[in-house]
Write a protein that binds this ligand. Structure first.
Ligand SMILES: C[S@@+](CC[C@H](N)C(=O)[O-])C[C@H]1O[C@@H](n2cnc3c(N)ncnc32)[C@H](O)[C@@H]1O
Length: 282
């Protein structure tokens, strides 16, 4: 499974996986993350794995059979491996706790990305989580590279910016977005690719929560942290934000902007770390 890991991050985080969740994983690859999710669900059909490529399903199935032989905790029946398309998930509405994809949606063109994200949103329960890992790119990728289907399929030239990705998530109904990791991923170099300048790709891990999108846009947590260090016991803005004295409090991008605008000398507001690991708040 490790040799067949075609992902660019991880979608498996123990903090999302309490209570034996129902999981759907789209684009199974060698099955590594199916096995990891099954570790937490541990019940018949708790994890549904979907892919459109027969060869991939058959390779994954063999790996899962082997996993059953060598892992006493794992039963092959924990994973329901099926043929299924990201654009038309064979799952009813609102029954899934965690929907995941790793290094697949970046290869889709804009309309298809919208369909795939809407499908993930449709099958999730209210407050359910879409967990994804994908390449992103902060600069424009030349059109000729974008149109190259082979390079797109290699997860090299379909990437969009993080802001655009978050907009797409909000547009289908994800009201809370956690950016959990952001790392350098690849460089498309002139001479090797049809580009005049090096193009840096990053990879991102995101958890998007199915909750109503506020009128002023989604609450995005990107690792901003506030610390109140004034003389009082704590700080309150009297509209829901409480900062305990000298404790780091994760805050959203919107809250960070509001606090910076207050220009207070007794509140520290960090830059985004792109490593959000706290509970949602504010
Ligand atoms: C780059 S691989 C990633 C595999 C796996 N997620 C991993 O991290 O190793 C993309 C996977 O998505 C599958 N795939 C491609 N198009 C798909 C679609 N429309 N619906 C479902 N799966 C698809 C491919 O067959 C392949 O298994």
């Amino acid at each position: 499974m490790l040799a067949m890991n075609y992902g660019c991050g991880t979608t498996v985080h123990p903090r999302d996986l309490g209570g034996s969740p129902s999981v759907v994983y789209v684009g199974v690859g060698g099955g590594l993350e199916l096995l990891q999710f099954a570790y937490f669900s541990r019940r018949r059909g708790g994890v549904i794995g979907l892919d459109v490529v027969d060869e991939m399903l058959s390779a994954c199935s063999k790996n899962l059979d082997l996993a059953e032989e060598i892992n006493p905790w794992f039963k092959r029946s924990f994973v329901d491996l099926r043929k299924g398309d990201a654009f038309d998930l064979p799952i009813e509405d609102g029954v899934i706790d965690v929907a995941a994809q790793n290094c697949l949606f970046n290869i889709f063109q804009a309309d298809d990305l919208g369909r795939a994200l809407s499908e993930m949103h449709r099958v999730l329960k209210p407050k359910g989580r879409l967990i994804l890992s994908d390449p992103i790119c902060s600069t424009e990728i030349p059109e000729a590279l974008r149109r190259d289907e082979r390079l797109r399929a290699m997860c090299l030239t379909g990437a969009i910016s993080l802001d655009a990705y978050i907009e797409r998530l909000a547009s289908v109904g994800f009201g809370i977005v956690e950016v959990r990791a952001r790392r350098p991923y690849r460089v498309l170099a002139p001479g090797q690719f049809a580009t005049k300048r090096p193009i840096v790709l990053e990879s991102v891990e995101i958890c998007a929560i199915k909750s109503p999108v506020p009128a002023d846009g989604p609450d995005v947590f990107a690792g901003h942290t506030a610390i109140y260090f004034g003389v009082g016991e704590n700080f309150s803005d009297h509209s829901g934000l409480h900062l305990p004295s000298n404790q780091p409090t994760p805050i959203s991008v919107k809250t960070a902007a509001k606090l910076v605008a207050l220009s207070r000398q007794d509140i520290f507001v960090s830059e985004p770390t792109w490593f959000y690991a706290g509970a949602g708040c504010c």
